[in-house]
Design a protein around this ligand. Structure first.
Ligand code: AMP
Length: 398
């Protein structure tokens, strides 16, 4: 069994984990920040040891990958003796379009297909590709695997992925729902089946990935049948700074009133809306949570709107699947905010869901939070996208 390096590359950042797949344990993890910007640095954390911060100029991603490999093999804070110990690299790729319904070994043809998807995710895919190329340059003989955020959702039926717009926009431009957070939804739904001790084929699960970006996914028999994010990660739930669903005519109305162009309008919807926009307090739910505790009406308003939108999606997905066995909560907010979990679940008494307040008083631990006799189960499942990427990588490189 091998050691797998998992890479999640952004335009100015690079996150990594080195995972020993024999034990599925993380040997080291870290983050390169401000690549190509003044003040770049690498934060490297070997398992069970203190974080080392290395401040060095990183003009590009090649240098960042080089620093990661140096850190991993360093005599003092490294965790392997040489690069050859890395059996394969798994790369997170945001958009796989309709070309990828699963993870793949990266070849020249795959890179070409990824480039074609870049138009659909102009902020993310080019950065993912830069990371892949930088790794290929420094590790020319190491197999690389691409794991796509969209792939899990490729099982959605046509009625779920089509928008109510002229069909030719789908045939000509591939405008449709793709969905994101697929690696997380896949991991969490598999864990739900394991925790409940039932085959995933027999389960109807709704996964609520509630983080800064947030999405809900209906998983029927282990397959994604619908999800709240769409062509881009802007659709669906109210998020940290993203609006989620709105009446599209709002854009024209506000652009006219506020004298905005389309780029400024998109900026408002992506960066100034959501929890931040409604509350005016912060995009960080922790601040909204303490605002709610202090009785701040702006915080309460944002909290309740957020919860209500999650509830509406759960209700519609229970209908879409003609039943529901379990709701799972994951990501920063889903794993840490018991109040929001309980508030969401309180709407589903009519389905026979009851939360046990004691079981729900946990953070970040795999737990069934519903009562023993609850008909629909509720669970807290900490997500682990890196492990899922590493597992796919092993599977493909075997
Ligand atoms: P993520 O994007 O998964 O990192 O999640 C970010 C969101 O999770 C933010 O809204 C945070 O406020 C929330 N969050 C993260 N950690 C905690 C925590 N320890 N307690 C409460 N909320 C948290």
């Amino acid at each position: 069994m091998m050691k797998v390096l998992v890479i999640n590359c952004g335009s100015s950042s690079l996150k990594y984990q080195l995972i020993d797949m024999e034990t599925e344990s993380v040997l080291a993890k870290g983050l390169c920040e401000r690549i190509g910007i003044d003040g770049s640095r690498l934060k490297h954390t070997p398992a069970g040891k203190d974080t080392v911060v290395l401040e060095e100029v990183m003009p590009d991603h090649n240098k960042a990958v080089q620093m990661v490999l140096d850190a991993l093999t360093d005599s003092e804070y490294g965790v392997i003796s040489n690069m050859q110990e890395i059996g394969a690299v798994g790369h997170r790729v945001v958009h796989g379009g309709e070309a990828f319904s699963g993870s793949v070994l990266i070849t020249d043809d795959v890179i070409k297909a990824m480039e074609e998807c870049s138009e659909l995710a102009p902020l993310h895919n080019p950065a993912n590709l830069i990371g892949i190329r930088a790794c290929q340059k420094l590790m020319p003989d190491t197999p690389m695997v691409g794991v796509f955020d969209t792939a899990f959702h490729q099982t959605m039926p046509e009625e779920a992925y089509l928008y109510g717009i002229p069909y030719e926009y789908y045939t000509k431009y591939k405008v449709r729902r793709y969905g994101f957070h697929g690696t997380s939804h896949r991991y969490v739904s598999q864990r739900v089946a394991a925790v409940l001790g039932k085959p995933i084929e027999d389960l109807k699960i709704i996964v609520c990935h509630l983080g800064n970006g947030a999405s809900v996914c209906a998983v029927d028999g282990g397959k994604s049948v619908d999800t709240s994010m769409g062509l881009t990660p802007l659709e669906g739930l109210i998020m940290g700074t993203r609006s989620g669903d709105i009446d599209p005519a709002i854009m024209q109305y506000i652009m006219h009133k506020e004298n905005l162009d389309i780029d400024q309008m998109m900026d408002v919807l992506n960066k100034k809306s959501g929890i931040l926009g409604i509350s005016g307090i912060s995009s960080d739910f922790r601040e909204v949570e303490s605002g709610c505790e202090a009785g701040n009406p702006d915080a309460i308003r944002a909290n309740n709107a957020f919860v209500y939108h999650v509830v509406k999606y759960i209700g519609s997905y229970a209908a879409a699947m003609n039943g529901l066995d379990a709701i799972a909560f994951t990501a920063g907010l889903g794993e840490n905010n018991g109040k929001v979990r309980a508030q969401i679940c309180s709407y589903f008494g009519f389905l026979g869901l009851t939360v046990d307040p004691e079981r729900n008083a946990v953070r970040g631990v795999e737990t069934i939070i519903s009562t023993e006799d609850s008909k629909v189960k509720a669970l807290l499942i900490p997500t682990d996208e890196e492990l899922m990427i590493a597992r796919d990588t092993v599977e493909i490189c075997r």
